[in-house]
Design a protein around this ligand. Structure first.
Ligand SMILES: NC(=O)c1ccc[n+]([C@@H]2O[C@H](COP(=O)([O-])OP(=O)(O)OC[C@H]3O[C@@H](n4cnc5c(N)ncnc54)[C@H](OP(=O)(O)O)[C@@H]3O)[C@@H](O)[C@H]2O)c1
Length: 336
């Protein structure tokens, strides 16, 4: 049995989802992979809890759900005021799991890799803006840097592109990579205004309180640049052509829908090109997904067309990708 220790940085929706999967499947991972995964550190924006023997995840979840913050958990554990960069340095763990929305997290990802720790993340900006440096540090230290959940949540497009299709030359990737915009467009097809559809998405927890990154196409742009970085070479985000869905005509969406045409926020990734913009599609087209599903259509020289479709967001769906990466990283670091 290999014991693997994690520092979980971020204890919001995804962080709690990851903790729950590790809690519920602990025995299964022991039996299936010979891995005894323990979480030795949990950090939110207010505090770090640290126990080298492993934190009681059930209690951690209860405290966070009841009080909203780890700093109120005083009786059993020491409460530390450690920033992620200090956690990476001070807390002895094999894998750093970043499930924050810290835009500057690349700094401490690099620190972790350089200190000989594997990194798993669902946080997009580091992989968009510092991909080259992170991959170089990962290769130099022979430490995994894994980020499956950054694109299409747990739907394994990153693994597919990084470890399958190795003989193929990828020509293009088309994708519908942002569930919030699809959800809003679906509601508009049914007769709602843009504002009503956005409000419904916010009420259901699909859109964030500040939905601008989704609506303006930035989130889909980040994901497209990550795909470009993997398949071709690092791409400068500033050079991506990005349009959102704010300018779309409600009347046109409704009329097109009656004629069998839908609009989706479609990403196109080619060597040296990243483009995100609304496109009209026949209702039965592979890219014409519904709800919060995501889809990517990969065109390559040998295989031809390949479509991968699945959940693009959600707590357990994102935890699926993060925990899968944790298992991969654990197997790799432990067998080195
Ligand atoms: N939700 C999804 O479906 C989904 C899907 C794919 C990828 N992602 C990505 O996964 C990440 C987490 O998403 P989420 O939905 O879990 O967000 P969230 O609920 O807002 O949680 C973010 C967590 O990070 C913590 N945090 C933020 N900055 C921090 C810092 N500098 N130091 C320590 N902790 C910090 C927050 O602390 P507090 O709790 O104290 O506020 C919170 O616990 C994001 O990068 C998101 O883009 C999410």
């Amino acid at each position: 049995m290999k014991e693997v220790s994690l520092s979980l940085i971020g204890f919001g929706n995804v962080g709690k989802g990851v903790a729950e999967v590790i809690l519920n499947k602990h025995q299964c991972f022991k039996e299936k992979y010979g891995l005894d995964i323990k979480v030795v550190g949990i950090t939110d924006s207010t505090a770090t809890i640290w126990d080298p023997d492993g934190i009681n995840l059930k209690e951690a979840l209860e405290i966070k759900r009841s009080f909203g913050s780890l700093k109120f958990w005083g009786n059993e554990y020491e409460i530390y005021d450690l920033k992620p960069s200090e956690v990476v340095r001070e807390v002895d763990s094999d894998v750093i799991v970043d499930v924050t929305n810290d835009k500057n997290a690349a700094n401490w990802h690099l620190k972790a890799l350089n200190n000989g720790k594997a990194v798993v993340t669902s946080n997009k900006p580091p992989v968009v803006f510092k991909y080259k440096e992170l991959l170089e540090a990962s290769a130099k230290k022979n430490m995994p840097y894994l980020f499956e959940a950054t694109v299409m949540a747990g739907t394994p497009i990153i693994s597919l592109l990084r470890s399958a299709l190795l003989a193929d030359s990828i020509e293009k990737i088309w994708g519908v990579l942002n569930g919030t915009t699809t959800f809003i467009l679906n509601c508009m097809e049914g007769g709602m205004t843009f504002e009503e559809a956005l409000k419904k998405a916010q009420e259901l927890g699909i859109a964030e309180r500040d939905p601008s990154n989704d609506i303006k196409g930035i989130d889909a742009g980040y994901k497209s640049v990550i795909l470009h970085n993997i398949v071709f070479h690092p791409f400068d985000f500033k050079k991506a052509h990005i349009e959102g869905i704010e300018e779309i005509s409600e009347r046109e969406i409704r009329e097109d829908f009656k004629k069998g045409t839908v609009t989706r926020l479609v990403a196109l990734v080619e060597d040296g090109k990243v483009e995100v913009r609304p496109r009209k599609l026949p209702i039965n087209h592979s890219l014409a997904v519904k709800g919060t599903s995501n889809v990517a259509l990969i065109e390559s020289d040998l295989l031809g067309e390949l479509v991968i479709k699945g959940a693009g967001a959600g707590v357990k769906e994102t935890a699926s990708g993060v925990v899968s990466d944790i298992i991969k990283a654990s197997l790799k670091t432990k067998y080195l």
